[in-house]
Design a binder for this molecule. Structure first.
Ligand code: AMP
Length: 212
């Protein structure tokens, strides 16, 4: 959901686009083999979302951090919306306690539905699946197709290399420095929520395709 906030500024009043979050899409690992600290943080994210009455929109899985965040939401009385491809349901990977479990045919359909159902996006630590989802949403934000907050939870520096690589992309002029305004980085679970709530849209470079 979008809203407008009016701030006093030198020339009078300034109006900026802000987010009013009711649902958060969480991208995260489906692996069950992680260190306990990752499961604990994912569960804490889910519990805090429920406390704020933010609906979880996610891939609908029961394994890994996906299961941990969903169980965290449910343990605090929150609402879970899972979007899961049929072929994963057949393998019984779905989180059956979800309030809404939407079946789709393809991974692409799943990403599109998650994108439309969420007011903001959060990437917890994850593998290729998480990276793919995160990079797609960042690409949409870069193209100004999407105007919603995107937060990377850099737990214990897990995403340091990705953030460094984003700097390299800009240094080598593959993209404009305004890409850094398209994502926010949280270092703790507590930091995630104010980053999303205080987000305001940062325009990209209209001439993003010009690298010189
Ligand atoms: P990964 O980070 O590679 O574990 O992938 C996790 C992300 O990709 C999740 O946010 C899901 O939407 C999707 N995904 C990939 N593999 C799975 C799986 N085995 N079960 C559920 N979701 C998956």
């Amino acid at each position: 959901m979008k809203g407008l906030k009016i701030y006093p500024c030198q020339s009078g009043l300034s109006v900026v686009e802000i987010s009013m979050v009711k649902s958060l899409c969480v991208y995260c690992s489906s692996s069950d083999r992680l260190e306990q600290k990752y499961f604990a943080a994912a569960a804490a994210v889910g519990m805090e979302m429920a406390r704020r009455q933010w609906t979880l929109v996610y891939g609908g899985g029961k394994t890994g951090l996906m299961g941990a965040v969903a169980r965290g939401v449910k343990s605090n009385g929150g609402r879970v919306v899972g979007v899961i491809p049929e072929f994963m349901k057949i393998r019984e990977l779905e989180f059956t306690e979800a309030d809404e479990l939407i079946s789709v045919l393809t991974m692409r359909e799943r990403k599109m539905l998650m994108e439309t159902r969420a007011d903001a996006f959060l990437a917890l630590p994850g593998g290729w699946g998480t990276l793919e989802e995160l990079l797609e949403i960042l690409t949409l934000a870069h193209l100004e197709v999407l105007r919603k907050p995107v937060v990377i939870f850099n737990q214990d520096g897990y995403y340091d290399d990705l953030i460094r690589f984003c700097q390299k992309i800009v240094e080598e002029k593959f993209m404009h420095a305004t890409i850094h305004g398209k994502y926010l980085v949280a270092r703790s679970v507590e930091e995630i929520f104010p980053l999303i709530e205080n987000w305001c849209h940062q325009p990209g470079d209209a001439k993003w395709f010009q690298t010189k």
